[in-house]
Design a protein around this ligand. Sequence first.
Ligand code: ATP
Ligand code: MG
Length: 635
Amino acid sequence: MHWSQFFIPTSKETPKDATAASHVLMLRAGLIRQVAAGVYCYLPLGYRTLRKVEAIVREEMNRAGAIELHMSVLMPLDWWQQTGRTEAMGDTLLRLGGPPGDWRSQTVLGPTHEEQVVDIARAFLGSYKQLPINLYQIQTKFRGEARPKSGVLRTREFLMKDAYSFHADKASLDEGYQKMYDAYCRIFGRCGLPYIAVEADSGPIGGDSSHEFMVLTDAGEDTVAISENGDYAANTERATAFFEGHRDGETPGRSAESGQAAAEPLREVHTPGAGRVEDVCKVLGTTPAQMIKTLIYTVTQPEPQASARGSASEPQAPARGPSAPVSRLVALVRGDHDVNEIKLRKAARQLCGSANASIDMADARTIEELTGAKVGFAGPQGIVERFRAGDMLVIDRDVTALRNAASGANKTDYHVTGVNPGRDFPLAPDDRRPYVLVADIRMVVEGDLSPRGSGSPIRLKTAIEVGHVFKLGTKYSDAMNATFLTREGKPARFIMGCYGIGLNRIVAAAIEANHDDNGIIWPMSIAPFEAVVIALDPRDDHAMEVAAGIYNELAAMGVDVLFDDRDERAGFKFKDADLVGIPLRVVVGKKSLAEGVVEWSHRRDQVKHTLPPAQAAGHIAGLVRAARQTSAALS
Ligand code: ATP
Ligand code: MG
């Protein structure tokens, strides 16, 4: 490809509003152009890289035995009502709109394809003999993301590889999951990404049945907890810390063991205006770790749906309406900890037995009603005495280990000291108050210890999620009544896994992980071109002839090569080459030719080497082949 005849609109300007390196560099290198908030088109250079990523993904999916198909973007709203996801996805699910009764009002743009693939499975996979099977596609997804961010890292239209596996039993799912996990490692490895797989929150399934593939970089929107010795890595949505627990036979918080202070009586302290933990600590002369934070939420349980797999297009009542039962939830964490609302929601769901219950921070009126005090003075002591039927108390594990803690007094402008778990608030349910639970409901913090028991401290790092593997179980086959006949001839629901990769995110994450002040440094495997030949002075016929010769030779050897034949100043061309980031560069200029050589360098280290022109193409092609072999060795 001749640069002069190609289309690479590079720019010197750093775009306004772009802060993530990948965003800035993709715009400046002429890879993408913004169309609207969260919508980008790929210009030729960007598209070449995207296609290379796609080829790697496809190759590894096929190698893992997955079968490619292509589902539709438009699909009936009805499916989403069957699985309850119109509610769960909210505004993320894009509907076409249109007047009621019009086909548009019954049609959505696919944000993901569980519904459609389950519909295929229930139509065609009738027997256990057809299982297991893994169906995948590489296709554009649409999501009404509220906050598109950082260029192509979070957009409203993006390219996803999504795969769905169907199994007859759990053991087969485990096997299929592992195959995908391994394929993902090969894909990200081949794309040159420094990735780690972390345990992720797996929603209703529980266990370690979900992993996210993360690239550590400041541009990410996720936070992962990684132990220093590497024995633990998890998304902070799910991460848990080492907890020593209680000695056998000891009732938590009840007795003062040797070495622990005796339980003091409750004592009220006047703390006017001190609503925040730090302020209270100052007045009480204590530390946040010795305090109990009391947070009040409301729990809403959706009415049971008329029929989870209701037929045809009968519209479903919204799951959350004014009639949905609401109870109050008191959550206790240490003053130096924060509630993890995903964990808390799980605890609430466990307590009320509703898999769809949701939690929200309570408003001031609800808090004042429950505590009898202004916001900022809630405490756990005696709080259950104020409970109505259905109210819940959830205590973080670390709170149970506190003795003589401080907390709000449930009295405006007062706190108490001498709060003792077990004595001043229950740690277990009884007949009168069935909704009491001790659980891990907090966010991990830097310095927590690995839950593996190795004593290794946890560090928090920001990361980009590039892929996600997930054991779904029968969630969707239940909701859409998708069954096959078992060996015994009985109908059974498919057990499923699903596996997603964001292709655009791979491109951006690769840039986040591989760039310098001057531009992109592409990993060879996904570089838009593997090598660039720069003719320094296209008006010099001899130099031009030598450069064109090397370019032609490289192309003939199968190297993906770009020829910078533009009539521009050398400095300008070097800047562009740095920005665009092609891994190998050959420079042909009058001066070096006079010495019988051409120069070549790696984009990464920029160290200049020289070679006789006749050897240049062979040498560069050898480097390209070696890089390809390294990549192939990963698969
Ligand atoms: P996130 O938490 O970042 O929103 P997600 O959990 O919604 O991601 P999945 O539904 O699991 O993502 O989608 C699979 C993959 O698709 C993700 O791992 C990510 O690489 C990619 N992806 C998801 N949402 C977007 C988006 N808005 N823009 C670009 N890529 C995305
Ligand atoms: Mg998302």
